[in-house]
Design a protein around this ligand. Sequence first.
Ligand code: SF4
Length: 321
Amino acid sequence: MNCDVNSVNLRIGYFCNNNCSYCMIDENKKKLLKQDKPIFLTFDKIKLQLNDLIKKKLKSITLTGGEPTIRDDFFEILYFLKQNNFVVELETNGRMFADTTFAKKTINIFPDLYFEISLLSTIPESHDMLTRVSNSWKQTTTGIKNLIKLGVTEFNIIVVITKQNYKDIKNIPQYLKSLGDVKWTIGYTFPMIQGNAKLHSVLIIPKYEQIQKYLFESIKNALNLGINFNLFNMPFCVIEDYIKYSVEFNNNLAHTDLLLYELEDSISTWNKERINSKIKCISCKSCKYFRLCEGVWNRYIKMYGVDELVPIKGKQINTLL
Ligand code: SF4
């Protein structure tokens, strides 16, 4: 399928001040270290990549790591992006914004920066257990509050659902509302089982059937509060009433794709990476959504088998519209 690239994920390094037990990037980082390759991009290399994107007329990027905000040259990078009119979403754990001076400087340089911040629970201990850094919940939520005070009006909040936090996710919409009356979008995300998530899979990866009830409750709460949401990495038979909120479904329907710049040695596309890591089972062939659904992670099937994938009855369809 031909897809238009509409955005770019620019990974600028693997350093992070959290050490999340579900983090998927650790595998790549270890591979680079083994090959004696650098695990971060210098500012000069970042500029080269950004100039390449300018030539390709790609101006919408997600700045990701690791944690981009802990770099010494974070503000220089931001300044360069602003000077060159990039539309930027910053993928961050938000902790650095607990420092008011840091938050102010960021907003001064890039007032219309989009923020994608991971918040795993309304319970500090659960969040900190997953990030494996004490006080990280406090810093992340203080960071969000500071950004709201500085005029940020829109946040994407990423909630990675694990065995440690799934029962609390129903409380997240209400908690976000209590932080401020801004435009919230919640990205409910099932972990990609690689890196740390693979290493700790038995401890952290829940079964879909385990989380389903709590996820639906959280979705209903979000809808009642006027909060947007989307769903990542979930097979359609698990989220049947909410398929239209699936990110993969919408990307496939719109034929859009994301370029992944993984430091300097690889440029790939997210659709290909994702689909290569997923699988459907034989009975999926009788499912109404067989042509649209991507199935589940290969490693999930290895852990839990295929019993939960119950084909949805009906004539096979190509679109929901
Ligand atoms: S194709 Fe398979 S995984 Fe996808 S919704 Fe149907 S039964 Fe579930």
